[in-house]
Design a protein around this ligand. Structure first.
Ligand code: NAG
Ligand code: NAG
Ligand code: NAG
Ligand code: NAG
Ligand code: NAG
Ligand code: NAG
Ligand code: NAG
Length: 793
């Protein structure tokens, strides 16, 4: 607290300084480090670095030419959102041929729009551990955004939240609580969207790990979002080592993927609003990561006009009066005209804002069609909506759903999964069926009752929820299959014990569908199932010796009461699968495909297994969240504390068996060829031409299918770095070996980049490749690593 108070003062002083003097202080160039990085972190907090376009020189030229022709007012208007049909709307500059620019939610598809798909959630996609599917999902999603006329998609979620707490309301929108895997996911998600010519907005920057107190709530009326609250948003107090090691890494990968935009988060960082925090925006993002695009605020994330234009480029919702969070930047031109803000800053913001537009060719080859929806009012144009869905998208959604299903428990032999030629099935749970009012009605607000969300869960709530065109429920798909296979089906979409007892006891297998809701605006209170779900499970387990549990959940839920029960013959997590839910689960239940999902999180036994107090309930007027566990979240925490989880990170069963063999490590140099934009992260050993992302070693191993049927396995590489107080192991590679036939072997190669073997040195302010012994272990989960080898640096 002491430190954060000091920092706030320092920032306040810096802000005052920036106002008083010409803001363009010369930056100290240090040519021994990439990007002319300076030793003194504070030296480049102000002014915000000017973009030079990086590898987008043509786009930079176009953007700076056109911005050069704009008046102060035009530049200011371009970067300030106004009301319109989209969630965010830049008015463009008509005089110069810059059209209106449309920004739309969200990470599971365009929202709120009809005529699009509801994609699987981020956590679901992560559970596939399949980089091709991560890319494909975003590619298809990008096509739908583009074809609806959207320029800028407000997706993907990288590390913010990363999943510091299993309770965080938006974890399901993101991916892994691991910086390496999360970064790979971010990279694929950004390139997928942008290969469809829609710009990505990687979010939420940075250390946004809880919903509780995310807004400046009025403490007397905590549900009101007020313009000027009595309360500050939650402050994430994170040290420099943790910031670099855990939270910043995925954003570095997003920059490398060429993410056009970033979104600053609602929380404060060390006592400063994220959207006007010069250290994270001007230093970490624009200097260290050399980000060339523009940062836009989360909706209502701007609280101070002048301070925020010194750090970010776009104010949303800007001057749109329909939001309760205040209007900001309507006076931006005045601030420039009276010398409070340097014109260069606004010029740079406008250039940065237009860079992705030109780079993606939205001005010429890839002009999005006209927007015909109205995202504010019933969602439809007077003559209906534009359906942009394609059949192949449906199949990709289905495939991600199937490939993500993570089998956690399974009986040997006749029981459990896959279903063994049953004659009679009992299906149990409200999660089997449709929502009562149909799917066009989103669960949060917009005139639909909260209770509407009482059928199957395919997505979480809030701005990350996309309206599905239909939902193939588990009941729809299982019934269809049962009819084809001549199976009798009875179902109970109720928690009535008698009914459940009755139908379960008469069936060969009782399939219980469990659900757990998570949403933006609210953290989960615990990881327990609701009472109706608990009593449903109790009743089924009491009456059937072949209970199969399928879960539609955002993350871990407490299943300790049933996990060891011998009547529970199988447990699988199907996450939030999107519109094809039933079609995704049937191939696994009936054995057409072998499950191949792996846990993208650690499945603990109780909430107490996880680091304590990771959701701060500090109800003071300026609530603080101390990130005192540092980098030790999820499996890093369980490993360090020696806690036995129920199921470990990376774990998932199959219908076949695999073995890994022949681990080899080799020095192998390959220049980085994946950077669409290059970061300027400082590292020891920079020689003027090498990169922190050059490959320096490879680890290879062989995966063999030792079972009797085809299946896919995820080979995982964990590295133990030398040094005191390092994590027991850290994920540094994964590869999904797909469609391996019985008896077949395949070699996998993990590329290790310099960064993957480096640590952040807080004293030197640089990445270093430490000397010492490294252990490389390969297997099929974070706790089943039969192969290992070492190498010394
Ligand atoms: C906070 O809410 C209380 C109760 O509704 C109200 O009286 C008060 O004016 C509010 N304060 C602010 C700053 O909006
Ligand atoms: C927060 O403050 C700590 C202590 O002064 C500092 O080390 C760290 O870099 C700051 N973190 C961020 C993200 O600003
Ligand atoms: C500059 O303009 C802003 C916005 O109108 C105003 O709030 C501020 O007081 C002005 N500053 C000076 C130094 O005139
Ligand atoms: C589902 O929600 C609808 C609409 O609110 C309500 O009428 C219905 O009773 C609910 N059904 C269940 C099973 O909760
Ligand atoms: C368990 O089964 C017994 C015998 O059928 C019944 O009396 C009891 O109510 C059941 N309990 C639950 C939780 O279903
Ligand atoms: C398992 O199910 C059988 C019915 O098949 C029941 O008699 C038994 O009590 C159940 N066992 C448990 C531990 O609930
Ligand atoms: C994981 O590896 C073990 C051997 O280490 C093997 O028995 C098992 O079949 C593998 N599990 C899966 C799901 O592939």
């Amino acid at each position: 607290m002491q430190l954060s108070a000091l920092l706030t003062t320092a920032v306040a002083l810096a802000v005052a300084n920036a106002a008083a003097v010409d803001t363009h202080l010369p930056r100290q160039e240090d040519t021994s480090k990439p990007g002319g990085y300076t030793e003194d972190n504070n030296a480049d907090i102000y002014p915000s670095p000017m973009a030079n376009g990086g590898k987008w020189s043509d786009a930079y030229e176009k953007a700076s030419n056109i911005v050069g022709q704009m008046s102060v007012k035009e530049k200011a208007e371009l970067i300030t959102s106004v009301s319109g049909p989209c969630v965010g709307n830049s008015p463009g500059v008509e005089r110069l041929g810059i059209p209106k620019i449309c920004l739309m939610d969200g990470p599971t598809g365009p929202r709120p729009v009809h005529g699009v798909s509801q994609f699987p959630a981020g956590v679901t996609t992560a559970a596939t551990w399949d980089r091709d599917l991560m890319y494909k999902r975003s590619k298809h999603m990008g096509q739908e955004f583009f074809d609806q006329g959207v320029n800028i998609a407000l997706a993907p979620v990288a590390s913010g939240p990363i999943g510091r707490s299993p309770l965080a309301g938006r974890n399901w929108e993101g991916s892994f609580p691991d910086p390496y895997a999360n970064g790979r996911y971010a990279y694929e998600s950004v390139t997928g969207l942008q290969d469809s010519h829609v710009a990505a907005t990687t979010k939420h920057f940075i250390a946004y790990e809880q919903e509780t107190f995310r807004h400046p709530y009025n403490t007397s009326a905590p549900d009101d979002i007020v313009e000027v609250g009595e309360q500050q948003p939650i402050s994430s107090n994170v040290d420099d080592y943790t910031t670099h090691t855990l939270y910043l890494g995925p954003f570095a990968e997003a920059v490398r993927a060429g993410s056009g935009y970033m979104m600053c988060s609602y929380n404060e960082i060390n006592g400063t609003h994220a959207c006007n925090d010069p250290y994270t925006q001007n230093h970490l993002l624009k200097t260290e990561l050399n980000f060339q695009g523009a940062t836009q605020s989360d909706w209502g994330g701007v609280h101070l006009s002048k301070e925020s234009i010194e750090t970010i480029e776009v104010s949303t919702p800007g001057t749109d009066p329909s939001y309760k969070m205040g209007t900001f930047w309507s006076d931006l031109d005045e601030l420039v005209n009276n010398g409070t803000v340097a014109e260069d800053r606004v010029t740079d913001a406008a250039i940065r804002f237009l860079l992705p537009y030109y780079w993606l060719g939205q001005d010429e080859e890839h002009v999005p069609p006209e927007v015909i929806f109205n995202g504010n009012d019933g969602y439809d144009a007077p003559d209906g909506y534009r359906n942009v869905r394609k059949p192949e998208t449906r199949e990709t959604i289905r495939m991600i759903g199937t490939e993500s299903i993570t089998l956690l428990k399974n009986a040997e032999g006749e029981m459990g999964l896959p279903l063994n030629k049953p004659q009679r099935l009992a299906l149990i749970g409200s999660d089997l069926g449709d929502n009562m009012i149909g799917d066009g009605c989103p669960p949060n607000g917009n005139g639909c009752p909260e209770g509407n969300f009482n059928g199957t869960l395919t997505d979480g709530g809030g701005s990350g929820y996309a309206i599905p065109p239909y939902t193939v429920t588990p009941l729809d798909a299982i019934k269809k299959r049962a009819i084809e296979d001549g199976i009798e089906v009875s179902y109970a979409m109720t928690d009535d014990n008698e009914v459940i007892n009755e139908i379960s006891s008469r069936a060969d297998a009782a399939l219980v569908f469990i659900k757990n809701h998570a949403t933006e605006e609210e953290d989960r209170h615990d990881i327990d199932l609701t009472q109706d779900q608990i009593s449903m499970l109790d009743a089924a387990v009491n009456a059937s010796s072949n209970v199969i549990i399928v879960m539609h959940v955002p993350g871990v839920v407490n299943i300790e009461k049933w996990a060891d029960n011998e009547n529970v013959t199988a447990i699988a997590s199907a996450w939030y699968p999107g519109q094809e839910s039933g079609n995704a689960v049937v191939p696994i239940l009936f054995g057409d495909e072998s499950p191949s999902g792996k846990l993208p999180i650690t499945w603990g036994k109780t909430l107490d297994d996880y680091p304590p107090n990771t959701i701060s309930h500090d109800d003071s007027s300026s609530p603080q969240a101390e990130f005192s566990e540092g980098v030790y979240i999820d499996y890093r925490w369980f490993d360090k504390q020696g806690i036995e989880p129920r199921y470990e990170f990376g774990f998932g069963l199959s219908y076949t068996t695999f073995e890994c063999s022949d681990i080899k490590i080799a020095d192998n140099y390959k220049k980085d060829d994946k950077a669409i934009q290059e970061t300027a992260e400082p590292f020891e050993g920079f020689d003027g031409s090498n990169s922190l992302y050059d490959m320096i070693k490879t680890v290879t191993a062989t995966v063999t299918n030792t079972g009797e049927r085809e299946g896919s396995e995820v080979a995982q590489l964990y590295v133990t770095l030398p040094g005191e107080d390092m994590p027991v192991r850290e994920l540094k590679g994964f590869e999904k070996v797909k469609g391996l036939k019985a008896g077949e072997s395949r070699e996998v190669t993990f590329d290790l980049r310099l960064k993957d073997l480096s640590v952040w040195d807080v004293v030197k302010g640089t990445w270093v490749y430490p000397e010492g012994e490294y252990t490389f272990a390969v297997g099929n989960s974070s706790r089943n690593l039969p192969l290992s080898t070492t190498a010394t640096h």
